[in-house]
Write a new protein. Structure first.
Length: 278
């Protein structure tokens, strides 16, 4: 499968320079995907595609920087990355909104946190610092970071990656905190299709409780699942969803799993109380 790499950050933070250096490094040192090795056994060269946000806007003559225009751009970048083929695809764009990063569905997110302000006041005001990323770069040294990041991505190439086209079970919750009851539910979910999307509701402090920040919740889940299920689940941050509405014949099932008292008696409220939290 293609590995999608998002390089994001304020204008002027060094995204394009790093993208160019990383593309070169992966072409010279990267490994081809298992799927392409089977399909194209005579071609051992590494294929790396690179899409720059300004180039894509220029192609479509779309210079709308409203929220709607930015969201449209993120979906367009995702579509290009999905259709590009090859072993790696690098996309560099500001992606100032969490929704834009979620739309892109990156395997690897690199945050260029090298400047406090960019050259556009509206983008500075709009920019939401990411809570979830794989690399946070605080100095502009493209050659150094291309080697460091490239090596990490190459070393992890053989690990299974989440397949966005595969049938998937969704789990939605607060997970405040993640506990053995949640793990039992995950075990049921993974058995259905072999792949699970865990959605974390953004609800820290809601109703006077829910003390854990999203990044803490994410780490609790990863600590429990990564050893056995890396590549078989993904985590997404979603709004504080309190109602799910659907029409008929939507193409998926909504079902409740039942457990015995050893699982149902597990209480996140009691766990928080035992931890001295509300």
């Amino acid at each position: 499968m293609t590995q999608r790499i998002l390089i994001m950050g304020l204008p002027g933070s060094g995204k394009t320079t790093l993208a160019s250096a990383l593309k070169k490094y992966l072409e010279e040192n990267g490994s081809i995907s298992y799927a392409r090795a089977i399909m194209e056994p005579m071609d051992s060269s590494v294929q790396v595609k690179w899409f720059n946000a300004d180039d894509i806007r220029r192609k479509y003559n779309d210079w709308d920087f409203s929220n709607e225009g930015r969201i449209r751009q993120s979906l367009r970048m995702f579509q290009f990355s999905m259709e590009s083929g090859g072993d790696y695809v690098i996309c560099d764009f500001v992606a100032p909104l969490v929704e834009m990063r979620n739309n892109f569905k990156a395997d690897w997110t690199i945050w260029m946190d090298t400047i406090r302000e960019g050259r556009y006041a509206d983008t500075n005001a709009l920019f939401q610092e990411p809570e979830i990323y794989d690399f946070r770069i605080t100095e502009q040294n493209a050659e150094k970071w291309a080697e460091f990041i490239g090596n990490h991505i190459i070393e992890n190439r053989r690990r299974p990656t989440f397949d966005w086209q595969k049938e998937t079970v969704q789990m939605l919750g607060r997970w405040q905190p993640w506990h053995n009851g949640h793990r039992a539910l995950f075990d049921r979910a993974i058995a259905k299709t072999g792949q699970v999307c865990i959605m974390i509701r953004d609800c820290q402090g809601w109703q006077g409780s829910n003390p854990f920040a999203i990044e803490q919740v994410k780490k609790f889940i990863q600590r429990d699942l990564d050893m056995l299920y890396q590549g078989q689940y993904t985590i997404q941050i979603v709004p504080n969803i309190v109602n799910i509405t659907y029409g008929r014949d939507v193409g998926y099932k909504i079902e409740q799993e039942t457990f015995d008292s050893s699982i149902t008696d597990i209480s996140a409220t009691k766990i928080r109380k035992d931890l001295g939290m509300s």
